[in-house]
Design a protein around this ligand. Structure first.
Ligand code: AVJ
Ligand code: FE
Length: 438
């Protein structure tokens, strides 16, 4: 019979499964069936696809692989295999209609809760520390973020609302940048129980001195780049970036428009003035990279980002989060879709890293200079299609999560990746520079 430690883990898993499903319901019960089955952008699936795909992955990994059960509806598997059908093609598939998709996900969930009650949560690697359950919770939360992106792309009446993040308690004079002194640190993890394969294994990385922005780049700063003709000057852009800028006709972040002298943005169905103090959002890697060059700086590498976020110079250890090893609280970071926008730059002093860097977790995903590559001795686990098939120069790494990322799907080691042209994701950036040696 399970011991107490296992009972606590079982309760935590059940709570996380519940939280994820509440969020999924909130994202799919607020619009009608026509909106759920429509394709709002060729970049995205119809929301009803995500809904059944969430149930299908849960069935595959938990009921079939862990539980050894027979498939509930084997004929639908190919419809919800992300590798069989590109997103643009999904609306023309014979997908489960909304009510059947909900019923299917609900049916799977009931059986998963039975399985959880009977699982030892130890022994085979998929069960150890409840890993397979943790992976599926994160998978649902990742698709909830994807569905939130679809909501942002959707035209039509407002369906989602949330209060704005609280304004920072008092105006602080933060330094523009922070020195991260040279030295080795531990990147990646061997001990984080629900870390995904690309975050492993832990390894030492030695970095020279560098300087990193204290906060993400703000809309005010980004508007100076625009006003200074940054989008018209090929000096700031890589050749591929410049070519893309011209082909796509980029002149400002996605969802921005010009109204006389003022920039407006569309946010979940509402048009409002661009708030100067918020981190810039909805820029591609190419735009982030061009801004950094215009500013006389560069994007940080992934290793620099992680050292600034995790390394504790007092102990020489890497922490789970910038603020320490404790779980994210509302005072630490803007995570979990509590708000539908990032918080002003300089918010969350309690979430600062030991070096004093702010907002590394939450608010906006941060583009890094790095391609998505495996760490030394990487081992694909439990499936190649999570990370391994994406390694290579076509994808850039993003770090830190954003307001749409659930705490369970975010930590100092978490790695996200996307194409450098992508702008619909909730991505911004901060900049770095190398310290000149004399
Ligand atoms: C890790 C966010 C890039 O959404 O493409 C979801 C996560 N993998 N289902 C994605 C994922 C399989 C993945 N990202
Ligand atoms: Fe998926």
């Amino acid at each position: 019979t399970p011991d107490t430690g296992t009972d606590a883990l079982r309760d935590r898993i059940a709570a996380e499964l519940f939280t994820a499903r509440e969020r999924t319901a909130g994202l799919t019960d607020c619009i009608d069936d026509r909106d759920l089955t429509a394709q709002h952008s060729p970049l995205m699936s119809p929301l009803v696809w995500d809904l059944a795909h969430i149930g299908n992955q849960e069935e595959l990994w938990l009921l079939r692989n862990v539980g050894g059960r027979d498939p509930l509806h084997p004929e639908i598997d190919p419809l919800y295999d992300a590798f069989e059908h590109p997103r643009a093609e999904r609306p023309s598939l014979p997908l489960l209609p909304p009510d059947e998709a909900r019923k299917y996900a609900h049916e799977v969930r009931g059986r998963v809760l039975d399985l959880l009650a009977a699982s030892p949560l130890e022994g085979p690697p998929l069960l150890r520390d409840g890993f397979a359950f943790g992976m599926i919770v994160q998978h649902e939360q990742q698709h909830d973020e994807t569905m939130l992106i679809t909501h942002q792309l959707r035209q039509g009446p407002v369906a989602l609302t949330a209060p704005p993040p609280p304004a920072p308690a008092q105006a602080e004079d933060l330094p523009a940048e922070v020195l991260i002194p040279a030295g080795p640190f531990t990147m990646g993890t061997d001990t984080e129980p629900w870390a995904l394969d690309n975050e492993r294994p832990a390894h030492q990385v030695d970095l020279p001195d560098f300087l990193l922005d204290t906060t993400p780049v703000s809309n005010a700063a980004y508007q100076r780049f625009i006003a200074d003709g940054g989008y018209q000057d090929p000096r700031w852009w890589t050749p591929e970036g410049w070519e893309h800028r011209n082909r796509a006709g980029l002149t400002a972040p996605l969802f921005w428009s010009r109204d006389g002298g003022q920039w407006l943005r569309r946010r979940f169905g509402t048009v409002e003035p661009v708030p100067d103090e918020e981190p810039v959002l909805h820029v591609s890697w190419y735009e982030a990279d061009a801004y950094a060059r215009w500013a006389g700086r560069r994007l940080p590498t992934e290793a620099e980002w992680e050292k600034a976020a995790r390394h504790d110079p007092a102990t020489g250890r890497s922490r789970r989060y910038p603020w320490g090893d404790g779980e994210p609280g509302t005072e630490h970071a803007n995570l979990g879709q509590r708000h539908l926008q990032p918080a002003p730059v300089g918010s969350y002093p309690a979430g600062a890293s030991p070096y004093g860097v702010r907002q590394l977790m939450g608010d906006v995903w941060e583009w890094t200079a790095s391609d998505f590559r495996p760490y030394p001795d990487f081992r694909a686990w439990p499936y190649r299609e999570y990370s391994e098939v994406f390694f290579g120069p076509e994808y850039k790494v993003l770090r830190g999560g954003c307001f749409a990322v659930a705490p369970v799907a975010c930590r100092g080691t978490f790695r996200n990746w996307d194409y450098p042209i992508r702008r619909q994701i909730f991505a911004g950036f901060r900049t770095a520079r190398t310290v000149e040696q004399n």
